[in-house]
Design a protein around this ligand. Structure first.
Ligand SMILES: NC(=O)c1ccc[n+]([C@@H]2O[C@H](COP(=O)([O-])OP(=O)(O)OC[C@H]3O[C@@H](n4cnc5c(N)ncnc54)[C@H](O)[C@@H]3O)[C@@H](O)[C@H]2O)c1
Length: 279
């Protein structure tokens, strides 16, 4: 990567796992970053970056931080399944503050959405980016809501968005499911950079997974529009991880894995023909 955006980039959730990865990779390319998080930034703030502690619930501060920015990479918020009341503030109200700031600044939003927005699709399916949302918890529901908010701001105000439905972004895959869902840190960094640098993105969805042979679940997204292809793959880990399954039939049946099984209280799995809209 050698291109740089003309305006600063606001990065929320900067102190989190992926925020720190992107801070390192984008500032190494000479980008001007405004970092924010409710938690202190744990690393040295790189040259060309500044850090401001802020709660996503504080719309005034979020608006001020976004002033003059050309893009907002929105990673901040609750990133695992939690009770509804805990998700509500950071992931729903906070997201509204991000989109209001983007509208005022005419900034593009790169939203860290999640596979958990479609988690109750079965692993035997292959779904396109325009598939029905099937969230697997309050966290996944907040990501589906976030994508819908992005659509509202695109159709009503012309705010561009890329919704990156991240699979599992970790240093290495650690179980059999991640042989399909793993996204390497370098692939994430290149993807986010392309989403910001691409001339036009409109309102797009991209599946955030590396070039994994077992990723037969997801197809037809906007990667061509931004000019991204994953370069890494979970395949070399297949030998050691293929047998590492959860043993939970709900987790193994659905794309969302263990999140689907959390608090699951059906007596029997949902029959597919009764799960379609109108069914
Ligand atoms: N890591 C993955 O595999 C993965 C998969 C799917 C989606 N995502 C999404 O990507 C994003 C980054 O993931 P991560 O793994 O780095 O998560 P993370 O939990 O490490 O980082 C999230 C950050 O958000 C901050 N935050 C929480 N509440 C806040 C608030 N009220 N105000 C301001 N900041 C707040 C936290 O302090 C934390 O630093 C998240 O939105 C997550 O949902 C990640």
């Amino acid at each position: 990567m050698s291109d740089k955006p003309a305006k600063p980039v606001l990065l929320t959730g900067a102190s989190g796992a992926l925020g720190r990865v992107l801070t390192r990779s984008l500032s190494a390319d000479g980008w001007t970053l405004r970092l924010t998080d409710i938690a202190p930034f744990p690393d040295q703030v790189p040259t060309g970056a500044s850090f401001t502690a802020a709660d996503l619930n504080d719309g005034v501060t979020i608006a001020r931080l976004a002033e003059g920015c050309g893009a907002i990479v929105h990673l901040g918020g609750v990133s695992v399944e939690r009770p509804f009341e805990e998700v509500l503030g950071p992931n729903i109200r906070g997201l509204f503050h991000i989109y209001e700031a983007a509208r005022r600044e005419k900034a593009r939003v790169i939203f860290a959405s999640s596979n958990h927005s479609i988690g109750f699709h079965e692993r035997s399916e292959t779904i396109g980016a325009d598939t029905q949302f099937l969230p697997d918890g309050f966290y996944g529901l907040s990501k589906a809501y976030g994508e819908l908010m992005g659509q509202l701001y695109w159709y009503k105000h012309g705010v561009e968005s890329v919704f990156v439905r991240i699979g599992s972004c970790f240093p290495e895959p650690v179980d059999a499911r991640m042989l399909a869902t793993w996204l390497s840190y370098p692939d994430l960094s290149r993807l986010v950079a392309r989403c910001i640098l691409a001339e036009r993105v409109g309102c797009s969805v991209i599946w955030g997974a590396s070039d994994n042979q077992r990723m037969t679940w997801w197809k037809d997204d906007a990667r061509g529009r931004v000019g991204w292809q994953p370069l890494d793959s979970a395949d070399p880990f297949a030998g050691q991880l293929a047998g590492k399954v959860s043993g939970n039939p709900v987790a193994e049946r659905y794309m969302g894995g263990g999140f689907c099984a959390l608090g699951y209280s059906r007596d029997a799995p949902a029959p597919q023909q009764l799960s379609q809209p109108g069914g």
